[in-house]
Design a binder for this molecule. Structure first.
Ligand SMILES: NC(=O)c1ccc[n+]([C@@H]2O[C@H](COP(=O)([O-])OP(=O)(O)OC[C@H]3O[C@@H](n4cnc5c(N)ncnc54)[C@H](O)[C@@H]3O)[C@@H](O)[C@H]2O)c1
Length: 321
């Protein structure tokens, strides 16, 4: 048996990873999340090898107790303040959650003196503004804006724990994740889909020209699980991978794809262009993970968006704009 702690396990990525892990009966999954809203729980049916613990990882005691009581072997640390705008408005709380929350987890692992593997969910935003054609894993981490810096600094600190205290650390820097189970209405794809389903024009906070990698959540979940399995076999203490996409799209082009799929071309988006604190262009090179773990994204944007739309249609009543 393997006991796996997934922080932020009720988020879009955490639920997908937990569902996939739970298919293996040798795994017991402990989800730690502070969000106890009935809305989220309603949309989830987990197998009996998944236990949900409502709690906050910024409290060290919560983490150390879980590690001890459930004899945790692997931690997948996903929980974070994930909204760029929320981070912009609340930098102190964002750093407390993302930076000090990560340090808490690393400290609890260090003090447990057990061989616990940690996977930290970093981001393409940790690299900061793209100066070359694409980001490679050996590029310096140079976030400028609040969320981005919270990721650059936590990523570096996780690396430091691997190098200094020989804790086994895996880091995944992924592009923009989309798919079923996203409750963050500030994110582009949920906002556009829900707006269209409610027959309203979507509102874009950017000028529509930002460029991002968009990647389906199940592809990302597979990358995390492959890395976890690889770390269990490997002696190396630090593994870092970009998890990118074949689809590197401009916001407005992605919006048009969604409008087309939903047959709502009449709902042309309103462009607000209020976002001045965002990186303009991002693109991840993912050759390294392809070579080492034989991972590459499989779901194309059309199939991914169709699956996502199905999910929002099913739970439409849970969402207000
Ligand atoms: N979604 C993306 O596009 C994307 C891209 C790159 C990296 N990431 C990173 O991947 C990770 C997962 O992202 P997501 O999209 O699933 O996020 P999400 O916002 O959907 O979920 C995050 C979850 O973490 C929980 N959480 C936050 N603070 C907590 C705390 N102190 N204690 C316990 N639970 C807490 C929230 O309640 C939420 O359920 C994050 O670290 C994020 O920065 C996400």
């Amino acid at each position: 048996m393997k006991n796996i702690l997934v922080t932020g396990g009720l988020g879009i990525l955490g639920r997908s990873i937990s569902i996939k892990l739970s298919k293996n009966s040798r795994y017991k999954i402990y989800i730690l999340d502070k969000d106890n809203s009935k809305k989220k729980i309603k949309t989830l049916i987990f197998k009996s090898n998944v236990k949900i613990i409502i709690g906050d990882f910024t409290h060290k005691k919560v983490i150390s107790k879980i590690i001890k009581d459930y004899n945790i072997n692997d931690v997948i640390h996903l929980g974070a303040t994930t909204q760029v705008l929320e981070a912009f408005n609340k930098p102190d709380l964002t750093y407390k959650n993302n930076l000090f929350g990560t340090i808490n987890i690393l400290e609890c692992i260090r003090k447990s003196k057990k061989n616990i593997n940690l996977i930290y969910s970093s981001s393409d935003k940790a690299y900061g503004e793209l100066k070359k054609k694409e980001y490679f894993e050996n590029f310096p981490l140079k976030g400028d804006f609040t969320y981005d810096v919270s990721k650059s600094s936590s990523d570096l600190i996780a690396q430091s724990y691997a190098k200094t205290y020989k804790i086994s650390v895996g880091i995944i820097r992924s592009g923009n994740i989309y798919g079923p189970g996203d409750f963050n209405m500030d994110r582009l794809i949920p906002h556009v889909i829900i707006s269209c389903l409610k027959n309203k024009k979507p509102i874009l906070r950017s000028n529509g020209k930002l460029i991002r990698d968009y990647i389906y959540v199940e592809d990302v979940a597979k990358a995390y699980i492959s890395l976890m399995q690889y770390m269990n076999k490997s002696e190396e203490k630090l593994k870092i991978y970009n998890v990118g996409s074949k689809e590197n799209l401009m916001v407005i082009d992605l919006v048009n794809i969604i409008l087309n799929i939903l047959n709502k071309n009449n709902l042309k988006p309103k462009i607000k262009n209020i976002s001045t604190v965002e990186i303009k262009k991002q693109k991840l090179n993912y050759r390294k993970i392809k070579k080492d773990l034989n991972w590459e994204p499989k779901v194309n944007i059309y199939d991914g968006i169709k699956e996502t739309v199905k999910w929002y249609k099913k739970y439409l009543k849970l969402f207000n704009l």
